[in-house]
Design a protein around this ligand. Structure first.
Ligand code: SAM
Length: 217
């Protein structure tokens, strides 16, 4: 599989970059499995104050990200990642889930992710993107947390990223027919009077498997 590349367009690269440079995301980059870039939307702002937002026509609260800086940033992103699929973060469209994360992880596509802020976008931006994605029916202040959630959920499914073999995600919650993972325990065997189910300590793999299947939801 080719290295997967992600480019995030955001007004706040400083929110995204620590997440992408930590833990499994950092390791995936170090192992050459993924590459992350950010583009600061402010660099595409207009005039000496690098303006990126303006009031909505027709009135209403808050400010919208303007079409011109968005277009220029998306064009630059497409120049850097030719052929990449462009995803835009919005509270109100298809809702992200494990099946989509698996599809995206297994495809050869690279991804450009556009993060909103304030009241959102001038709607003309939606003509420039391939997919509008929500991470759930609630409103966050910006698209950075959704972008991080989407990247993380894709990257951990790329073969070679997680340790412990394929098993680590094949048995996880949402990975198959909407099962939720069975309960798991680690040391100590008894904590504050609560004991780990004895079958898990038995060393009998068939019985452990039976118990796990019975406790998957
Ligand atoms: N005025 C917008 C509305 O009512 O739908 C909300 C804008 S929200 C405050 C600012 C930005 O955060 C959005 O443009 C989007 O990029 C991001 N965002 C907020 N909630 C999100 C969610 N649930 N899923 C994906 N993106 C979200």
């Amino acid at each position: 599989m080719n290295m997967k590349r992600f480019l995030v367009i955001t007004l706040f690269p400083e929110i995204i970059e620590p997440e992408l440079n930590s833990s499994m995301m950092w390791k995936a980059q170090k192992d050459g499995l993924v590459e992350f870039q950010t583009l600061d939307l402010r660099d595409f702002g207009l005039g000496p104050r690098r303006q990126v937002d303006d009031k909505p026509f027709g009135g209403g609260a808050g400010m919208l990200l303007m079409i011109e800086p968005l277009t220029n940033a998306i064009n630059e992103a497409k120049r850097r990642l030719p052929g990449a699929k462009v995803l835009i973060m919005t509270p109100s469209d298809i809702v992200w889930n494990e099946q989509l994360a698996t599809e995206y992880a297994n495809s050869d596509d690279n991804y450009i992710i556009v993060c909103g802020r304030y009241e959102g976008f001038d709607a003309r931006v939606f003509d420039l993107v391939d997919v509008k994605i929500s991470i759930g029916p609630y409103v966050l202040t910006g698209g950075e947390i959704p972008a991080m959630a989407i990247i993380d959920s894709i990257v951990r499914l790329i073969p070679g990223v997680l340790g412990g073999g394929e098993e680590a995600y094949e048995r996880e919650s949402y990975s198959n027919e909407a099962h939720l993972e069975y309960p798991q325990y680690t040391r100590p065997e008894v904590y504050d009077g609560q004991a780990v189910p004895s079958v898990l300590l038995s060393g009998n793999h068939a019985e452990v498997e039976k118990w796990r299947q019975a406790h998957e939801q």
